[in-house]
Design a protein around this ligand. Structure first.
Ligand SMILES: [Zn+2]
Length: 118
């Protein structure tokens, strides 16, 4: 199973990956120089990935303002918590804002539960 990461960090690495994918797609497009239409399609897809990445970055910006800054009890560093449960961005210590979940094992499903209750 994949280890959980701090949500904001995870989204940020996703945005970074999108830029990388966009550049790779455009680079592949160069190999199809002889076929203009194929090259244009690759360029377009690459641009789309990069635009998508800037959108994700803008989204992180709004998420960060909504996230609550807390001091991690484990490493003492400040980290941003998103949702009911999240991970410390520095040491991956599970953190919760809900006192009823304190002491329980970290479970990403607590976030999904909240959505259903709405
Ligand atoms: Zn920590």
């Amino acid at each position: 199973m994949k280890p959980y990461k701090n949500k904001i960090n995870r989204i940020r690495s996703f945005a970074l990956a999108l830029i990388f994918i966009g550049v790779v797609i455009m680079y592949i497009g160069i190999f199809f120089r002889s076929n203009e239409i194929v090259m244009l399609i690759f360029m377009f897809l690459g641009m789309l990935a990069i635009i998508g990445s800037t959108v994700v970055y803008a989204w992180i910006g709004t998420l960060s303002t909504r996230a609550i800054r807390v001091q991690c009890p484990n490493c003492g560093k400040h980290t941003k918590v998103l949702g009911r449960v999240d991970m410390c961005g520095h040491c991956r210590e599970p953190l919760t804002l809900d006192p009823s979940l304190e002491g329980k094992d970290f479970d990403i499903a607590y976030n999904k539960k909240v959505k259903h209750e709405k």
